[in-house]
Write a protein that binds this ligand. Structure first.
Ligand code: GLU
Length: 293
């Protein structure tokens, strides 16, 4: 891997990008944009590589038919990716190992709060700080004593593991940042998302943890994704630093919106690639619709 052009814009080559959908529904036109964006970013250089990753840690929401459909849609779009495709559900041991490393740092704590507890707390304190994912976790379980934690765990109470972000920020040696190709270098604000969950109650990992492990394992050097995930990059840089993983560059692209300015969602059947294709749209039509023609 070769590094760097100038201190402001470290370009790590070869450029390795990825598209990382979750098979929880059919891909829509917004996904087509993200996937083509990632592939084009890689193809700009002769030795660029484009990878596909299936983010299927949530077995209750992911379905094999959506996974099959996503391969079909992406092939139809004309995308080519390396095989084998990394499927997160095949790599739970990797996430467990990273969690274990973090557990040793004593930066994690068990959180017993239920969804109802979280809703109640958010409603009781409307002025509570809000992050991009909703109200920031108020830290209820952060202050539990060690014996309280132990007795609840022994009693069989289900618990998630959260990262104590303030504590984590104190252990980082100096400020950290990331390069966003569209925005320049951005200083990480670790506290913006609060104490994020790194292991869910039902799955012993989480989106944040799995993504940083996968990007490192797959050698991704340029993470391209929608700007709706810009906040997550602050969390990911903290995790990469704690886990001593390489720092990729980022490009958070604008989200594709409909004529009313609303972003496309998986539940809108009309804009799925499958529906557009059934209506007779061609690959070229899709590229035109998303402004990549
Ligand atoms: N799986 C995520 C999604 O479908 C994308 C994750 C990422 O690009 O980091 O929104």
């Amino acid at each position: 891997m070769r590094a760097t052009a100038s201190p402001m814009t470290p370009i790590v080559t070869p450029i390795v990008t990825r598209f990382a959908p979750s098979p929880t529904g059919l891909l829509h036109i917004g996904h087509a944009y993200s996937a083509l964006f990632a592939e084009e970013a890689a193809r700009k250089t002769a030795d660029g590589r484009f990878l596909l990753r299936v983010e299927d840690i949530d077995a209750s929401r992911c379905r094999p038919e959506f996974e099959a459909a996503l391969y079909e849609d992406l092939h139809w779009l004309g995308l080519h990716w390396e095989t084998p495709v990394r499927r997160q559900s095949d790599h739970m041991a990797d996430y467990a190992a990273a969690l274990e490393t973090l557990r040793h740092t004593e930066l994690l704590y068990p959180c017993f709060c239920t969804r109802k507890d979280l809703q109640r707390e958010a409603a009781a304190s409307v002025s509570a700080p809000h992050g991009p994912d909703g109200p920031v976790y108020p830290g209820t379980c952060r202050t539990l004593t060690a014996p309280e934690r132990k007795s609840r765990i022994i009693g069989g109470a289900p618990y998630a593991l959260r990262l104590d972000m303030a504590k984590a920020a104190r252990t980082l040696k100096g400020p950290i940042s990331f390069l966003d190709q569209a925005r320049g270098r951005i200083a990480v604000a670790p506290l913006g998302c609060g104490d994020v969950v790194l292991a869910r109650k039902d799955i012993r990992t989480s989106y944040h943890l799995a993504v940083v492990i996968d990007d490192a394992r797959q050698g991704v050097t340029l993470v391209t994704r929608g700007e709706d995930l810009l906040h997550a990059t602050h969390v990911h840089r903290v995790l990469q630093t704690l886990l001593k993983l390489p720092e990729p560059a980022y490009h958070h692209h604008a989200l594709l919106r409909d004529a009313n300015g609303k972003r496309f969602a998986k539940r809108e059947a009309g804009v799925t690639l499958a529906a557009l294709r059934a209506d007779g749209a061609t690959r070229a039509d899709i590229r035109q619709m998303i402004g990549l023609a």
